[in-house]
Design a protein around this ligand. Structure first.
Ligand SMILES: Nc1ncnc2c1ncn2[C@@H]1O[C@H](COP(=O)(O)OP(=O)(O)OP(=O)(O)O)[C@@H](O)[C@H]1O
Length: 316
């Protein structure tokens, strides 16, 4: 038995339509073959990984112990929130992306191969400090902080996310590993149905107002919806967050912007595309819109959100 390393697996077996379960089985076999000490917790319901991770962070651990999360972006979000709210928010997290979108894994250049990750962990990697977003709802409780690894979106991306999550096609296409296809399909299907809304942005004491926003997304890195590079310049270690505002446009322009986004990132130069980069950004909306945090829907009529940049320790 390798006494040096002890791995605590935290698994959402439902992530990636069961892909996380097969990754879990693969790594379990590797751990047994390598004589590495491990234990396992699986989340039984949405939200449970927050509590499991918070309990883990509250307990003392030696430097040989590693918390390894297996799941998608939503599972990572829960673990991040649990660890950051624990008495030891610097507890390192190792993560095997095994969801549908895996945007964080893409942005942080993570391997999805259990064997490669295990070899690195056996070699004794040091944690990297990685940015994450944090936010509060000051109207409700300015002391209760929430965290995100990817993004917090109001409007179009959240509407697409909502439609993708409820779509009957999603399960079918996910089976063929085509989650991106369903997201692309829903972008086109949702564009004419998304209304516009007014938004106020405040950053570095400067204020901006948009009457006809279509999408307002605060992001920690470039990607959205399973690999779409919404803001290629956003970096995961810039110690800044970015808020993107896109104003309303028609279907023809959407197609053009979408092609530019996929081709060379030149969509960011469009006059209806705006972005703000800072350590702190406030976003206020005044009408009911869909919203998402790391791909999970949040329900609220209007939004007054104070964002700031935070960080966590990642083993990769
Ligand atoms: N046992 C469970 N049953 C149902 N839902 C669960 C369970 N455990 C966790 N969850 C929820 O499943 C949600 C979706 O999981 P996750 O985001 O990790 O996978 P995904 O949606 O397939 O991947 P991605 O977000 O990368 O597209 C999580 O936000 C979590 O709250």
């Amino acid at each position: 038995m390798n006494n040096k390393l002890k791995i605590h697996l935290l698994v959402n077996e439902t992530a990636g339509n069961g892909h996380a379960k097969s990754v879990f089985e693969e790594i379990t076999a590797l751990l047994i073959n390598n004589n590495i000490n491990f234990d396992t917790r699986t989340s039984d319901y949405a939200g449970e990984a927050i509590r499991i991770a918070q309990d883990y962070g509250n307990r003392p651990h030696s430097s040989n112990e590693i918390l390894l999360v297996i799941g998608g972006d939503g599972s990572l979000n829960e673990v991040l929130n649990g660890i950051k709210r624990s008495s030891n928010p610097a507890t390192p997290i190792a993560y095997l992306p095994a969801g549908t979108g895996n945007d964080f894994g893409r942005a942080a250049n993570l391997t999805a191969d259990p064997k490669i990750l295990l070899d690195r962990l056996k070699g004794g990697v040091k944690p990297d400090q990685i940015d994450c977003g944090s936010f509060v709802f000051p109207d409700i409780n300015k002391d209760k902080k929430y965290y995100f690894a990817n993004s917090f979106g109001v409007g179009f991306d959240a509407f697409v996310n909502h439609n993708s999550n409820i779509s009957k096609l999603k399960k079918l296409l996910n089976r063929f590993n085509e989650g991106k296809l369903i997201y692309g399909y829903n972008v086109l299907a949702s564009v004419t149905r998304q209304d516009t809304f007014s938004v106020d942005i405040e950053t570095n004491k400067r204020k901006f107002h948009f009457d006809d926003a279509f999408l307002v997304t605060t992001t920690n890195h470039p990607y959205l919806g399973g690999g779409l590079p919404l803001l290629p310049s956003a970096k995961i270690d810039s110690h800044r967050i970015d808020t993107v505002v896109v104003e309303k446009f028609g279907l023809k322009k959407l197609v053009k912007l979408f092609i530019n986004l996929l081709k060379d990132g030149s969509h960011v130069y469009d006059p209806q595309f705006h972005y703000f980069e800072a350590k702190k950004i406030t976003v206020k909306t005044r009408q009911k819109e869909y919203a998402q945090v790391d791909g999970e829907e949040i329900k609220r009529n209007t939004f007054n959100v104070e964002f700031s940049v935070s960080c966590f320790n990642l083993l990769r």
